[in-house]
Design a protein around this ligand. Structure first.
Ligand SMILES: Nc1ncnc2c1ncn2[C@@H]1O[C@H](COP(=O)(O)OP(=O)(O)OP(=O)(O)O)[C@@H](O)[C@H]1O
Ligand SMILES: [Mg+2]
Length: 588
């Protein structure tokens, strides 16, 4: 072990001498309190270290010990359902052992090493074994089978010994190879290094989120990247929560990054009680939480997203579809800025370090759909919230993030103010996955692309018409244009709006979503034809089915598609009736 001494303390960043030979990004214990830290720079002045725990009162002269290994996470069964801090310390177990206020320097294993797991071998003596080879499985939770794999660095060889089915502790050897490798239920991986895969695959399958505005208008692929920028209080966290609860990924890694403690508390109290609509099991069985609230040290916040993405890569390597939510990447960027300031680096735009775009790119590049080392397909979708100060999307974090993501779900202050949730703007948002997802949708409902295009076109026309309405009022518009206002309203209230507090509507299946949009667009087509046939608009506007259509989302369950089909028949019948009765006779 190499030991040195602190020469300078600059808040959470300290400089130490006497650490020659220590590697960049190695873990160190800092000070008499043995706080966790990481070497982030080595030069003539010594080693610059960021300290992950509160180091108030730390002084020059205190000891620094290098552990000779890079900052790593422990990977193995038992991660799911756990709440970690930014450096993978299990918060609940720490709390049980040391109370609500975790003293700095407290150590705890990331996974309880004495826990035992039922291991079932999946390889036999003589089988080839190399990076990513499946050795056996462990039922980690009811929902998730944990695949025990040879780690990425494993030397190729053949299995020389494999443990029989039975109960094993995390550090027990469950397989060995003739290349001299021993395999256990756990492995370690340095957080700042992406776990390798064989090759990238095209992201051709959607990540279904249960939010119609996303799934139908601005879809994300499994393996896709998205940003949710929004001003204060516009619904970034609620949207991230909705996705974490209901999206159809196998595994969720939720990184609460520098947000207020109470937002994380909400996750901690709510998630364990929530049931996955597809499996009926608690969503915690597929979720890992990383909590790094605004009152925790900034250095731990900086590293928390790497911890999160590394856990995600580990499950991806098992062949799972993983979704990572980071709320908020702006708080993470602010941590970078603060640390950079302490290092007295030359600031770039708005005080952020010049390497901000590189770091953002590196983060989002760890998303994607890949063929894993073991030959299985797996994916990581990344959804980052961005909190631009004052809601100004031209600031550096939003602008740089835009370069590296392919889905942009911009939250609109006016929509949020009008309590239209999710406040995802249909004008500013975009998805670059639409073309790639067309084939998938063709297999589910080939009408998706056309319905989506028509609805988007209609919403854009409505926006232009609203400008005219503001000047001269709606009465001056011809009937076919006023109909656009009516249908756009239906789309907004009956399709795009979806409250997280509505028991029925907070999650929408793809089938229900497509039926809803079809019903509304079908209304529009019939109304257009009726207007062309001479029916005055007020007769259409006063049809009771119109009201009915806007309530369907909350009245019809995900399984009850017949309800929507029945409403569509009512729409057809109502317009048939209009067609039969001459407009003049009814004369309203
Ligand atoms: N999908 C939704 N359904 C119902 N209400 C919502 C929804 N999204 C947001 N809200 C309302 O808006 C409030 C603020 O949302 P949220 O906390 O997600 O905003 P935020 O953008 O994360 O804010 P901050 O900038 O403070 O982090 C919520 O408490 C809720 O009342
Ligand atoms: Mg928030």
């Amino acid at each position: 072990m190499i030991e040195g001494r602190i020469t300078r303390v600059m808040g959470p960043v300290v400089v130490a001498g006497g650490l020659g030979g220590v590697g960049l990004f190695d873990v160190v214990e800092v000070g008499e309190a043995r706080l966790a830290g990481e070497v982030i720079k080595m030069d003539d002045g010594g080693a610059t270290i960021q300290v992950y725990e509160d180091n108030t009162g730390m002084r020059p002269g205190e000891i620094v010990r290098s552990l000779g290994v890079p900052l790593s996470v422990t990977l193995g069964p038992g991660l799911l359902g756990t709440i970690y801090d930014g450096i993978q310390r299990p918060l609940e177990r720490l709390k049980a052992s040391s109370g609500s206020f975790i003293a700095a320097g407290t150590k705890s294993e990331s996974l309880p090493l004495d826990s035992v797991w039922d291991f079932a071998p999946a390889a036999s003596v003589g089988d080839p074994v190399g990076p990513g080879t499946l050795l056996g499985v462990v039922r980690e939770t009811e929902l998730v089978e944990h695949r025990v794999m040879a780690p990425p660095g494993a030397r190729p060889g053949r299995v020389s010994r494999i443990a029989p089915r039975g109960r094993y502790a995390l550090r027990d050897i469950v397989a060995s190879s003739d290349a001299g490798e021993d395999f256990r239920l756990v492995q370690e991986w340095p957080v700042r290094r992406p776990r390798p895969s064989r090759r990238r695959l095209a992201p051709t399958e959607p990540l279904m989120t249960g939010l119609r505005v996303i799934d139908i208008l601005f879809p994300i692929s499994k393996g896709g990247t998205a940003a949710i920028p929004g001003a204060f209080g516009t619904g970034k966290t609620m949207t991230q929560h909705a996705l974490a609860k209901f999206c159809d990924a196998d595994i969720i890694v939720y990184v609460g990054c520098g947000e207020r403690g109470n937002e994380m508390t909400e996750v901690l109290t709510e998630f364990p009680h929530l049931v996955d609509p597809r499996t009926g099991r608690s969503i915690m069985e597929r979720t890992v939480l990383i909590a790094n609230t605004s009152n925790m040290p900034v250095a731990a916040r900086e590293v928390s997203i790497y911890t999160g993405i590394t856990l995600a890569e580990y499950y991806r390597d098992m062949g799972y579809d993983v979704a990572v939510m980071a709320d908020s990447t702006s708080r993470w960027a602010e941590a970078l800025r603060e640390l950079s300031g302490r290092l007295e680096e030359m600031p770039a735009e708005e005080g952020f370090p010049a390497y901000l775009p590189t770091r953002l790119a590196e983060f989002y590049e760890r998303g994607g759909r890949v063929e894993t080392l073991g030959g299985r397909p797996g994916s990581i979708s990344i959804i980052g919230a961005v909190s631009p100060p004052g809601g100004d999307f031209s600031e550096p974090v939003t602008q740089h993030t835009k370069r590296f993501i392919r889905c942009f779900w911009g939250l609109d202050k006016d929509l949020a103010y009008a309590r239209h949730y999710p406040a995802i703007s249909w004008i500013d948002s975009y998805s670059e996955y639409v073309e790639e997802l067309k084939d998938w949708w063709d297999g589910v409902d080939p009408a998706w692309f056309a319905l989506r295009s028509r609805a988007m076109e209609l919403l854009k026309r409505e926006q232009r018409l609203q400008q005219i309405v503001r000047l001269i009022g709606p009465d001056a518009l011809p009937d076919e244009q006023r109909l656009i206002l009516i249908t756009a309203d239906l789309l907004k209230n009956g399709f795009l709006q979806q409250s997280s507090f509505d028991e029925v509507d907070r999650f929408c299946s793809p089938r229900k979503a497509i039926l809803l949009i079809r019903a509304i667009m079908d209304f529009h087509t019939r109304a257009e034809a009726a207007i062309k046939g001479g029916t005055p608009l007020p007769r259409i506007a006063s049809l009771p089915v119109r009201e009915r259509l806007s309530r369907l989302k909350s009245e019809v369950s995900n399984e009850g598609a017949e309800g929507i089909e029945a409403a569509m028949r009512e729409v057809a019948a109502a317009f048939d009736a209009i067609g039969r009765a001459p407009a003049a006779e009814e004369g309203r």
